[in-house]
Design a protein around this ligand. Sequence first.
Ligand SMILES: [Zn+2]
Ligand SMILES: [Zn+2]
Length: 270
Amino acid sequence: MTERRAALLTRHGKHAAIAPALAGMGWELALVDSFDTDSLGAFTGEIPRAGNQRDAALAKARLACELSGLRYGLGSEGSFGGDPWLGSCGWANELLLCWDAERRYAVEAWASGPETNFRDWTLSDLAALPDILRQAGFPAHGLIVGRPGEAAFHKDLATEAALRAHLARHLTNGPLHLQSDMRAHRNPTRLAMIERCAQSLAQRLACACPACGAPGFGEIAPLPGAPCEDCGAPTRQPRARRWQCPLCQTAREQKLTAAASPQYCDHCNP
Ligand SMILES: [Zn+2]
Ligand SMILES: [Zn+2]
């Protein structure tokens, strides 16, 4: 790549988490802050996000190219919910992708895990506030009061004194909904995961496709079907690791020889 600059739309301080990983491979970030990315969908639900997480990240990356005139644009999008097994602890999925407006393809990198303060609470008495503040990591992490459209709705209360005064005023009308603020500039835990995602994107961009030479050759989801150790039937455990080029789709496979434990077998352990 000759042109080593990528545009990033941001009003939420994501550049600090993304720039170092890209600088490590000689890329410079060009910030486009003239655009309110919240208009593409906000966590607090004022504006619903259109499409899935990948569509949303891609829309931001392409817009960054259009507004900056640069060839490369970055798009970052997070999603938060319950963990994929029991859904009982918080879980974050971060996506960062790089759109190449000339060759018209995207290189993407994901980071996921339980490192998140994503949660909501119902507060009916200020006595319960200290526990909530501890769980939310306030004031280092933001806390959003109420829901959009409600009189109590507020997402920029920076100090405990301001928060308490606001809550005391609105609690007289009944219990209040509180939620962790997932905007990157108000959530250092989220910023750390975006940083991990940026490191993984940098690794991907540094890896050229063995067939077409385009950057972004990298590991994709493994192929399922490892045989059960007891009965030999295919399971959902991986039987091969796979790498693929996001531009020409050339793939490489590495077969795994390990059999799967019968605990993953639908025949032995239905
Ligand atoms: Zn079996
Ligand atoms: Zn290729």
